[in-house]
Design a protein around this ligand. Structure first.
Ligand SMILES: Cc1cc2nc3c(=O)[nH]c(=O)nc-3n(C[C@H](O)[C@H](O)[C@H](O)COP(=O)(O)O)c2cc1C
Length: 361
């Protein structure tokens, strides 16, 4: 049953990802070009850190698949892609393992194909501590993603209807595990308040996974036979405003922010890195390439992304991911309106290089 649901998600997400990339709030973020300021591409390091984990690249394939025969094959392919490109990778929710143990191998395929890479297991915020430990063991995972997805559950015909126990349960899991816990949304974003709350629960890594890409309200609405619930399509915050809203809370509590949701290009990835993400996740659009064009095409696509991320970092006069915090970023449009309403000063982002003695005009 849950395997059929996952197959529906893959089919609908792939369909909804075809065609031209839509405008989204990443378009409201522009870099100031300093024409004499570029650094040497060979000097650029793409290494980054999330919590205690060192990653060679600031890019990961976000949690999607497993639990059915066809998604076990997708996991195998994604494991190959992660190994060949060096990006980190998350499994889809491993809840099916605890209902039907025959699905275990289809998750483990990611680790089997990618024995030395960085792998995240994935479970819902309803998971027991025992299942969280077991999921990490099965994947030999470097971290556990816990997804929080109240919008999706509400639109999903067979979804959960009780959520108030999630904070306590997340704290229990974070306390019990030997690996870091990453709490993520599934495309509806996070607020600074949520990031502060998660820090208080013992969570050190948060993926603000926002709207503008895969839309689980639209996907679940397409699966509904009952009353239409498409009004929740587009609900929430983008990853960009999630980063801006969470910046202070994350800095105060030493939380590593990750960004995903609607990341369409390597330039979008650099925009998120410049606004405080330590690494950037992509789900639906990489899945679309894999499904429509195959493993080699996705390896080529991710290789192009990492090459172009490196080029753009050099163009911005930086030699590291963390150096992007010194770039001048002009924020406009809906993102600026959001920031104004929330009391976030966007002008300071536009003149960051001046504070460090960098280029002025
Ligand atoms: C087919 C599909 C299945 C997904 N399944 C999961 C899941 O099991 N667990 C999870 O945390 N997120 C899941 N996601 C959400 C993604 O990890 C990500 O947060 C979201 O799709 C936004 O990123 P995107 O716009 O790049 O797709 C899924 C996404 C897709 C496209």
């Amino acid at each position: 049953m849950s395997g059929d649901r996952k197959d529906d998600h893959v089919r609908l997400a792939t369909e909804q990802n075809r065609g031209r990339a839509r405008l989204n709030e990443f378009d409201d973020v522009r870099f100031v070009h300093h024409a004499l300021g570029a650094s040497d591409i060979d000097a650029v390091s793409l290494a980054t850190r999330i919590g205690p984990l060192a990653l060679p690249l600031p890019l990961y394939i976000n949690g999607m698949t497993g639990g059915s025969e066809s998604t076990a094959l997708i996991n195998r392919d994604l494991g190959i892609v992660a190994k060949e490109t060096g990006v980190a990778i998350a499994s889809g929710s491993m809840s099916p393992v605890f209902k039907d143990s025959s699905t275990t191998e289809g998750f483990r395929a990611i680790r089997d194909e990618n024995p030395n890479g960085t792998v995240f297991a994935n479970l819902s915020a309803n998971a027991s501590v025992d299942n969280a430990r077991a999921a990490v063991d099965i994947m030999r995972a470097d971290a556990l993603q816990i997804h929080i997805n109240s919008v999706q559950e509400l639109v999903m015909p067979e979804g959960d209807r009780a959520f108030s126990h999630w904070p306590e349960n997340i704290a229990r899991i974070a306390d019990a595990l030997d690996v870091p816990v990453i709490v993520k949304e599934v495309g509806f974003g996070m607020s600074g308040g949520t990031v502060a709350q998660l820090a208080g629960l013992g969570v050190g890594i948060v993926d603000v996974s926002g709207r503008g890409g895969t839309d689980f309200a639209a996907i679940e609405n397409a699966r509904r036979t009952g009353a239409d619930f498409s009004i929740l399509s587009g609900w929430g915050q983008s990853a960009i405003v999630g980063l801006l809203d969470s910046r202070d809370a994350a800095a105060e509590a030493n939380v590593s922010l990750l960004a995903s949701g609607g990341v369409r290009t390597p330039l979008d990835a650099v925009r998120a890195l410049a606004l405080g993400a330590r690494a950037v996740g992509v789900a639906g659009s990489f899945l679309r390439v894999l499904k429509d064009e195959g493993v080699d095409a996705l390896i080529g696509e991710i290789t192009r992304w990492t090459d172009q991320i490196r080029s753009i970092i050099a163009l911005l006069g930086q030699t590291s991911v963390s150096g992007l915090a010194e770039t001048d970023v002009v924020i406009s449009g809906d993102v600026r309106d959001f920031c104004d309403a929330r009391g976030i000063d966007t002008t300071r982002y536009a003149r960051r290089s001046e504070n460090r003695g960098g280029p002025r005009s």
